[in-house]
Design a protein around this ligand. Structure first.
Ligand code: GLN
Length: 501
């Protein structure tokens, strides 16, 4: 019998159309897989089995009746717990929202429902998407399917781990400083941060509004493209939503697989290599460059000198915006409430108990950076650095069509290793943060396995704003060249997980 959890979304679509499998069978296979392995992986905070099967039954009946269905109809999906979902709990990984059921759907949630995709459940994440390891979740960490003692990245570790462990073929992530790309890199999967404004954030619990972007997580570039096109598009409910057509990601990915990159200039960012980058990560990165060259691309070196300050600027801008966004968790409107006599004390006690340490750290930092007297020195300077970074990108894109780097400096570290050292944790994001500061799209795809530890490595592709399709073309070309050596997706090289009895 075919194990449908091992198929790509594109294969599932074809098989459903050919009558080889039903959506109910696909959905049930993934729910069974979740029952088998999620006790060990802990990718999910909530499993939505009954409703998912009901949606699947509806799709099967519609297909039976000869109705026209959306492309991804019947393909199950996991959703990061940052998206509000009517009828399902939404916590953003925080105890302060434990038990909260949103009264409405996020725009992306609605789009998934309209696409008739069974939603398998909500995935674990660092509290309010602050972190790079999912260890800051209020509900315990997620484990990396490649090695259960290691982190699956963050903040969207649950989404990426669910895909890497075959619990879901697709998932939704959010990327404020790398939370789609970094987990993709350390779990050997694909993750895309679209151009800022390309996907509506309405109903995505805000972390830092000038940086946040929702995007697709998948095991192949084409699958990510399919989901990207479902998620994207203008939304009057989001003031920052771009009013332009969704980029043709699927066509670009398919074109990329033809494997001709003649005339494409690939810029290697000089500043994102060297000190701090693991040997095996750099080795796989350089081999990927050779593959691109073999497909006809021209490799050039570019320099982005202001990237040196990107991390510092990000960790002022993000806490500043987060401190404001998180003010709404006040014990009155949502979730937890710790009664302490009067409103002020109740608010204080609720926030003291409901928020974890990392969230408190950033609220304090952000409040300080925004305070009168310090605003210009901290927040104002960070915004100036942001402009310099945008200029670096503009200059680099004069010389190259896409820019590339390793996605993360290292393979996944051990759970517990960096939890008490926030700066070491923040350093993980050094290669992903610049794209958020500039609002440009970025993709991470697997580049291989580091020889020294047997763990996955990631390759990042960045494109100018609005040119998301370009990344899909180049990513799909590279993926195809690399997959020839792996005999399929990199996920198929991961050690088998033990199945619960
Ligand atoms: N790791 C980064 C942080 O902690 C990115 C978070 C994100 O993209 N949501 O802020």
């Amino acid at each position: 019998m075919t194990d449908w959890t091992r198929a790509s979304a594109a294969q599932m679509i074809a098989a459903m159309k050919a009558g080889e499998v039903t959506s109910v069978e696909l959905t049930q296979a993934h729910l069974d897989r979740i029952a088998d392995v999620d006790g060990a992986v802990h990718a999910f905070l909530h499993v939505n089995g009954e409703e998912a099967l009901e949606v699947a039954r509806g799709v099967d009946a519609a297909r039976e009746a000869g109705e026209d269905l959306p492309e991804l109809a019947g393909v199950p999906i996991a959703v990061k717990d940052i998206l509000v979902t009517q009828g399902m709990p939404t916590t953003a990984g925080s105890k302060i929202l434990e038990g909260w059921e949103p009264p409405y759907d996020a725009t992306v949630t609605r789009k998934l429902r309209e696409a008739r995709m069974p939603i398998l459940g909500k995935t674990n994440m660092d509290e309010f998407a602050m972190g790079s390891s999912t260890e800051h979740s209020g509900y315990g960490p997620t484990h990396n399917p490649w090695d259960l003692e290691r982190i699956p990245g963050g903040s969207g570790g649950g989404s990426s781990a669910s895909i890497a462990s075959w619990e879901a073929p697709l998932a939704i992530g959010s990327d404020t400083g790398g939370s789609i790309r970094q987990p993709a890199s350390v779990t050997g999967t694909v993750g895309v941060k679209p151009t800022y404004g390309g996907v509506s954030r309405y109903g995505a619990i805000a972390l830092a509004s000038s940086l946040d972007q929702l995007g697709p997580c998948a095991r192949t570039v084409e699958d990510a493209a399919l989901l990207h096109e479902v998620m994207g598009g203008h939304d009057p409910m989001d003031a920052t939503s771009l009013n332009e057509p969704v980029p043709s990601c699927v066509a670009a990915a398919r074109e990329g697989r033809e494997g001709d990159l003649t005339g494409v200039r690939v810029g290697v960012i000089k500043e994102l290599s060297g000190e701090g980058y693991q040997a095996g990560v750099e080795q796989r990165f350089n081999e990927s460059l050779e593959k691109l060259k073999g497909l006809g691309a021209e490799i050039v070196e570019v320099s982005c000198p202001s990237f040196e300050y990107a991390l510092a600027a990000y960790y002022l801008i993000l806490p500043s915006e987060a401190s404001s966004n998180l003010a709404k968790f006040d014990s009155v409107r949502f979730g937890m409430r710790v009664e302490k006599g009067n409103v002020e004390r109740t608010m204080g006690a609720t926030r003291a108990e409901g928020f974890g340490d990392e969230v408190k750290r950033r609220i304090i930092l952000g409040t300080y950076a925004l305070s009168a007297g310090y605003y210009d020195a901290y927040y104002g300077s960070a915004q100036k650095v942001r402009t310099l970074i945008q200029r670096d990108f503009e200059a680099a894109f004069e010389k190259a069509d896409v820019l590339v780097s390793p996605t993360t400096p290292t393979t996944p570290f051990k759970i517990g290793e960096r939890i008490d050292d926030p700066l070491a944790m923040y350093l993980n994001d050094v290669a992903t943060i610049p794209a958020n500061l500039a609002g440009i799209p970025g993709m991470s795809l697997p580049s291989g396995i580091a020889p020294e530890d047997g763990l996955p490595t990631g390759f990042q592709i960045l494109a100018p704003a609005h040119e998301d399709a370009r990344m899909y073309r180049i990513g799909a070309a590279l993926e195809k060249a690399l997959a020839a050596e792996w005999g399929g997706t990199l996920s198929s090289q991961a050690p088998e997980l033990e199945v619960a009895k």
